[in-house]
Every structure is written in C-alpha cells, then in structure tokens.
Design a protein around this ligand. Structure first.
Ligand SMILES: Cc1cc2nc3c(=O)[nH]c(=O)nc-3n(C[C@H](O)[C@H](O)[C@H](O)COP(=O)(O)OP(=O)(O)OC[C@H]3O[C@@H](n4cnc5c(N)ncnc54)[C@H](O)[C@@H]3O)c2cc1C
Length: 373
C-alpha cells in the first residue's frame, strides 16, 4: 500500500519503519526543516543536545529493543541518577526511603505515611483500579493532607496546571513505579545516548532511507479528505495534492481536527472529541555554566511561586567532559496556551528563569553562564 505518515517525530519515524518493514511504500510529511519532533535538538559544544530534557528508563523495553535493532546499543549508556525537591526555597534529597524520613517540611508521622504509600505504589503491579480515581484525591487520602499539600499538589499543579484535578492516579502510579523499576536494588540508573538523542533520530532516518522511505521536510499538511470512492485519502500540502491508500497521523489531535475540518462525511462529534483533548505547552530554558549548582540530576520544584517545575542538572547524569567541561542545565515548565509566560520574548523567559535559579541557589553567579537557549 501507499501510506502517508504525517509528522516526523519519533512516533512517525518508528511507525514508518514498521510499515516499510512490512513492504509498504511510505512518505513522511514533516512541517519543520528537521525531523525528531519534541525529541529534536541542536548542535551544542561539539556534540548534540535536546531542546527538552530527555532520558531513557530501564523499563522503556520497546525503545531499548529499537535501539538494539538499529545497531546503536553501544551508544546508549546508563548513568546513576539522583533526585531532590525544593520546598519553600530549600533543597531536600528525595530519592530513597531515608530521604523521605529526613524530609523535614512535614511532620514525622506524615513522612512515615508518605514512605509507606511510596513503598506500596512502587511494588503494586496492578494499576487498572486506580484509573477512575483522581491522583489528588487518592494521594490526599492515603498520604494525608500535609504530605499531599507539601509534595503532590505542587507537583501535580506544576505539571498539569488547571487540569491537575483530572489526572488519574494510574498516571502517578506509573511515574512512581517506573522510577522504582529503574533501580534494580541500587541507585536509579537512567539511559542517555553518547552524542545525544540525535543518535537515535539519525539512525532512524538512515534505516528509513535504506527502505526507500520518502521524508518530505518543510512540508506542513493542510488538509485531508477521502476520495470520492472512499478507497483512498487525499493529502494536501503547499506542494500540491497527493493520493494514498492510507494515512497515519501522528500530530496533536486538535491539529488533526483542522485537517479534516472540511472533509465530507466526518461526524462533528468526532471532530469535537479531537478538539476537546487538552494540551499544555512545554517551556524549557537550557543553559551552560562554568559553575556546578547542586549534586542532583533532577530537582522537582514544589514551590508554586517559582516559574518552573523541574530543574535538571544534565551533567550530574552525564560527564561534564562531554560538554567541554561545562555544566548543562534545563529549567522547564508546562503551561496552558493563555499563560503569561507565553506572551514573553525568549530573552525575557530566560531572564525570569535565571533569576529564579538564583533564588534556589544563592551562590549562582549569572556571569558563569556561557550559553542560553
Ligand atoms: C519537556 C519534555 C521532556 C520529555 N522527556 C522525555 C524523556 O525523558 N523520555 C521520553 O521517553 N520522552 C520524553 N518526552 C516525550 C517525548 O519527547 C515525546 O513523547 C515524543 O518525542 C513524541 O513524539 P511524537 O512523534 O509522538 O510527537 P512529536 O514529537 O510532537 O512529533 C510530531 C511531529 O509532527 C510535526 N507536525 C505538526 N504539525 C504538522 C503538519 N501540519 N504537517 C506535518 N507535520 C506536522 C511536528 O513538527 C513534529 O515533528 C518529553 C517531552 C517533553 C515536552
């Protein structure tokens, strides 16, 4: 079959590879000049770095299998991770049971409850029954109000904004369970590619080229509709209209809803369903510095007045030597489309975030920053 794949992110690339392996003829349409989507990056200090923090969990079995098949297993390396949390401007390690017991923003009894709940979630294998229960209700009930308000509520709000009350406990279970399973009786280990995730994207691109897949970058799709016979699908781009037997769309659902806006025969209820899926924007400031700010890789920010929810010292996972000896940081947050941060210029966002970094780490010297992105 002739198949169009819309979107050259990891989903589109992997799907195209699977379909090409089965003998189909594939064309990928990608809006941007480059493929990789959210996992794409940029050249940085003689190597390659993602726009947003990325790592691999030990439980990402499909990805690890793909890496094996692409012949880049030796480029995926595993490093010891460390986690901390900022509460009311102070940094607390938050990776082990001992850390939880020493987490003084909450009373000892709350720490014991929190520790017991974490232990239970890490070892519980069944998650289905947690699906209908909102995480905020479940956590508040089992951890108690104090631990919920100090730890879970700021994290849920930070990640999901106004939608945080709708987040299922199954999602939070998966986060906690996955991290625990990346440990294997030792400190958590996370994977990263020597040369960045570009190694994965480039290997996928090479595999697709070997299969004769056509990758059309700078080619946003503008509309889709079924042919008169209903047996094929028309794909419209600035380059014209092409006909396919099937189309696989990997773009966000509201974008897909726009393509089929004028397509005859699409029930309005289906379009509404697509438009009702709510999305958040991710904002990530990346910077390098000659200064090391903390001993932790991943710092969750549980302070609502901070402009970001995750502070990642990338070079506490990977050797700084990979980046010419400098320390590499990400500060990231997730915001709805009407959020004030999105009305700022890039330079203003960087300034706001770096200012907040200095509030968490009073020794931070902005002069030590060598690059921001
Ligand atoms: C801050 C952040 C951190 C993350 N960290 C991790 C991590 O540590 N580990 C992990 O596994 N995952 C992580 N992820 C998630 C991971 O990046 C995504 O799950 C994955 O990249 C999604 O791939 P995708 O192909 O589904 O979507 P996308 O990457 O969004 O790809 C969709 C593609 O469609 C293209 N497109 C859009 N509109 C059109 C159009 N009209 N015509 C043609 N093309 C179009 C886009 O340009 C894009 O290339 C993170 C994501 C974010 C935001």
């Amino acid at each position: 079959m002739q198949i169009a794949v819309i979107g050259g992110g990891v989903t589109g690339l992997v799907a195209a590879r699977e379909l090409a392996n089965k003998g189909h003829t594939i064309t990928i349409y990608e809006r941007n000049a480059h493929i990789g989507g959210l996992a794409a990056g940029f050249p940085f200090k003689g190597t390659h770095l993602e726009h947003a923090y990325h790592h691999v969990f030990r439980t990402d079995h499909d990805l690890i299998q793909l890496v094996q098949e692409l012949g880049i297993r030796n480029r995926l390396q595993w490093f010891r991770s460390s986690v901390a949390m900022v509460v009311r401007g102070r940094l607390y390690p938050f990776a082990s049971a001992v850390d939880v017991l020493r987490f003084t923003p909450i009373a000892l009894i709350s720490r014991l409850r929190l520790g017991a709940v974490l232990f239970w979630l890490q070892h519980r294998k069944r998650w289905n029954s947690l699906t209908p229960i909102p995480a905020c209700i479940w956590m508040s009930r089992w951890c108690g109000k104090q631990a919920y308000q100090a730890v879970w509520e700021p994290l849920l709000r930070g990640k999901f904004h106004a939608y945080y009350r709708d987040v299922s406990m199954a999602w939070l279970w998966a986060r906690i369970h996955t991290r625990a399973n990346s440990r294997k009786r030792e400190a958590e280990k996370l994977g990263y590619f020597e040369g960045g995730f570009a190694v994965l994207i480039n290997a996928l691109e090479q595999a697709l080229e070997d299969h004769g897949v056509r990758i059309r970058t700078n080619m946003p799709v503008t509309a889709l509709w079924a042919s008169e016979t209903g047996k094929s699908v028309m794909v419209q781009t600035e380059g014209g209209i092409e006909q396919f037997d099937r189309v696989l769309c990997t773009v966000p659902s509201p974008v897909f809803a726009q393509y089929i806006e004028k397509a005859p025969g699409v029930p309005p209820a289906y379009r509404n369903q697509l438009n009702n899926i709510r999305y958040l924007n991710a904002i990530c400031v990346v910077f390098s510095s000659t200064q090391s700010l903390s001993p932790y890789y991943w710092v969750n920010i549980a302070d609502r007045d901070m402009p970001f929810v995750a502070f990642v010292q990338h070079t506490n996972l990977l050797p700084a030597a990979w980046y010419q000896g400098e320390h590499v940081y990400y500060a990231g947050t997730y915001v709805p489309k009407n959020h004030a941060l999105l009305s700022l210029q890039d330079a203003e966002i960087k300034e706001t975030f770096l200012h907040a970094v200095a509030r968490i780490f009073p020794d931070f010297d902005p002069q030590s920053v060598t690059e921001t992105h």
